[in-house]
Design a protein around this ligand. Sequence first.
Ligand SMILES: NC(=O)c1ccc[n+]([C@@H]2O[C@H](COP(=O)([O-])OP(=O)(O)OC[C@H]3O[C@@H](n4cnc5c(N)ncnc54)[C@H](OP(=O)(O)O)[C@@H]3O)[C@@H](O)[C@H]2O)c1
Length: 322
Amino acid sequence: MKLTKLGWSDLRVSVLCLGGMSFGSTEWMVKGNEAEKIIKTAIDGGINFIDTANIYSNGESEKILGATIKNMGIRDELVLCSKAGGKFNEVHQGFSRSEINYQMRGSLERLQTDRLDVYTLHTWFDSLETHSILRSLKQIVDDGRTSYIGVSNFLGYQLAEFYHAAREAGMDTPVLVQNHYNAVYREDEREVIPYSSGKNIAYTPFSPLAAGFLTGKYRRDSTQDTVRSRTYPAMKKRYFRSEDFNVLETVEEIAGEKGTKSSIISLAYVLAKGFIPVFGATKAEHVLDAIQATEISLGDKDVKRIDEKYVPHPVSMGTAGY
Ligand SMILES: NC(=O)c1ccc[n+]([C@@H]2O[C@H](COP(=O)([O-])OP(=O)(O)OC[C@H]3O[C@@H](n4cnc5c(N)ncnc54)[C@H](OP(=O)(O)O)[C@@H]3O)[C@@H](O)[C@H]2O)c1
C-alpha cells in the first residue's frame, strides 16, 4: 500500500481511507464478525487511515472499530479520525464548548483510545461561533486528545473563513477537508479543491463510489434496488440522473477495456486526481477491490473521458444532515 503525507501534518497515511459509516445497525450496514473481517482485511492490506463519526449508528461504528483495533493491538500504527457536531440525539449536537468536550469523551471511550489523530467538525456552524469553537479545538489539541483538526461538508467560503480565523487567532488550521466527491459529483472542483490544495489541506472525499452507484450494480432504465439504495435516502436524490448514467457507462467501458471492475476504475479515478478517498465497504471483497485500485494507474486520457461526461449537480452535503 502506498503512503502519502496528510496535508501539512507529519502523519503518513495510506492513499485509501476506510470509512466507518457501514458499521452499525441500519439495514444496509454490517456488524459482528462481518464488520471485523472488513476492518482486518483493510488493516492487513496496509490501510492505516480510518474514519468514523460519533453519529454513525449512534456510536456503534466507533464501538465496533474500537473493539477490533484493541483486539488487533495496533492502535499506534493507525491514523484514527472521528467527527463531532452532527445530531447525536436531541440534546447532544453542535459545537458548544461543553458539547465538544462531551462528544470527544464519548468518542474516545467507544474507540477505546486516549487520543485521536484527527478530530473533524462534521459540518459548518454559525460564523458567530467561530472563535469559541477554535478555542475549544485549541484546548483538545493542547491537551493531546487529538493531534489535528479536520473539517467536513464545508463550502469554499466557509473553509476560507475558518482557515483565516484560525490563522488570525494563532491556532491550528485544518489538516484535511472531508467533502462529497466522485465521478458523478464534482462540485468541489470550483472552490474547495483549489483552495485546499493552495493551503496544503488534504482533500479526503467521502462517497468516492457514489454510495455504490459507480460500482456497476445499477442500470439505466432499470428499477433494480439494493438495500442501500432503498434505505439510504440521500442516494437516489444525489445520483441516478440520465447524465450520471453517461458517466457510469464510460467508467464501465474503461473497466471493460482494462479487464477490471467499475468499482476499481471509479476509485482509481479519484486517486488519479490526487485525493485520498474515504471509501465504504459492506464486504471484505470490497476492500480487496479498493486495494486493487491503488495498483492500477488511470492515464490522463481515461480521466478526461470520464470528466467530459459530467454535468454539474445541485450542491448536496453529507450524512450530518447539513
Ligand atoms: N462527512 C460526511 O458527511 C460523510 C458522508 C457520507 C460518508 N462519509 C464517510 O465516507 C465513507 C464512505 O461513504 P460511502 O459508503 O457513501 O462510500 P462509497 O465508497 O461511495 O460507497 C460504498 C458502497 O459501495 C458499495 N461497494 C463498495 N465497494 C464495492 C465493490 N468493490 N463492489 C461492489 N460494490 C461496492 C457498497 O454498497 P452495498 O453495501 O450496496 O454493496 C458500499 O456500501 C463512510 O463510511 C464515512 O466514513 C462521510
